[in-house]
Design a binder for this molecule. Structure first.
Ligand code: AMP
Length: 284
């Protein structure tokens, strides 16, 4: 695996590959890799001739009070995992390479960015949309891969690429979970053993709300019951537990066939997010 830390070398390598009529898939990450990230690499390797992973802990998507300084970093381990997956190139720039002195531009996606995580973390999607548009323009891949674990982020990035005419196919990849259902996340490392033992309640609540909604139960009652279960488990605060349209993020009271349940809640000092599709109703 080639390791590149500067933009001109990245551009040169991708230009050579694409000049040979090869296809390139990009997998942006913040490192601290787990099987969820590696499933994106696997999908890119299946679809494309070459897979490029990026590792960049992006300062502009963290608020001053958040965990930028303590975010887990272990590049040597990440490199070994990416090598094992047959990743062709790692792009791992430093902050100065991505944000040169005088950097003054930001990409903001209105609408989709304003609800759910955007309401709880107003700085977040601007930072993500800016860094992902930079990574896409630096590498000009054929396809770029993002996890459904961060479903709102995936939709924001699709909108951004379409609106800015960035010639890339944005692909979503299903969420990888631990055996008990907890969505894999680099931040799960922050959980104490006690917190970890109850964290999968988040997914159970999502599934429960999704099933009740599919069965035609009152949405408000299903959500209130879900919030009560999370509180009783120790989640506090709960940023949101909501049912929304998976494309527009419009709030829903009845199933429109594209409904999805979204949750973000804090357990101890750790903010966890997850989401689940509302299953199709079986019509008998
Ligand atoms: P991160 O390093 O957390 O910024 O994530 C990098 C990419 O990996 C994003 O597209 C995430 O949505 C994706 N990702 C993170 N966790 C998972 C997971 N459990 N399953 C699938 N994709 C994931």
């Amino acid at each position: 695996m080639k390791i590149i830390r500067d933009i001109p070398s990245l551009r040169g390598q991708v230009r050579r590959w694409r000049g040979d009529s090869k296809t390139v898939g990009l997998i942006p990450t913040m490192g601290s890799l787990h099987a969820g990230h590696l499933s994106l690499v696997r999908q890119a390797k299946l679809d494309c001739d070459f897979a490029i992973a990026t590792i960049f802990v992006n300062p502009t998507q963290f608020a001053p009070s958040e965990d930028f300084d303590t975010y887990p970093r272990d590049e040597a381990r990440d490199i070994a995992l990416l090598e094992e997956m047959g990743t062709d190139l790692l792009f791992s720039p430093d902050v100065g390479e991505m944000y040169a002195d005088g950097f003054s531009t930001s990409v903001s996606v209105s609408g989709l960015s304003e609800c759910l995580c955007g309401a709880a973390r107003p700085h977040f999607f601007g930072g993500v949309a800016t860094v992902v548009s930079k990574l896409l323009l630096q590498s000009l891949p054929d396809r770029a891969y993002f996890g459904e674990k961060d479903f709102q982020q995936l939709q924001v990035i699709k909108r951004m690429a379409q609106d800015l005419d960035i010639p890339v196919d944005i692909r979503g990849v299903p969420t990888m979970r631990e055996d008990d259902g907890l969505a894999m996340s680099s931040r799960n490392k922050y959980l104490s053993p006690e917190e970890r033992s109850v964290a999968s309640t988040l997914y159970r609540v999502l599934q429960d709300v999704a099933q009740k909604f599919a069965d035609g139960a009152n949405a408000g009652a299903a959500l209130a019951e879900g919030v009560a279960t999370l509180r009783a488990t120790g989640f506090d605060p709960i940023d949101y537990l909501e049912i929304r349209d998976s494309e527009t993020f419009e709030a829903l009271k009845t199933d429109n066939g594209k409904a999805r349940v979204f949750v973000a809640a804090h357990l101890g000092g750790t903010r966890l997010i997850d989401n689940a599709a509302v299953p199709n109703q079986v019509v008998s």
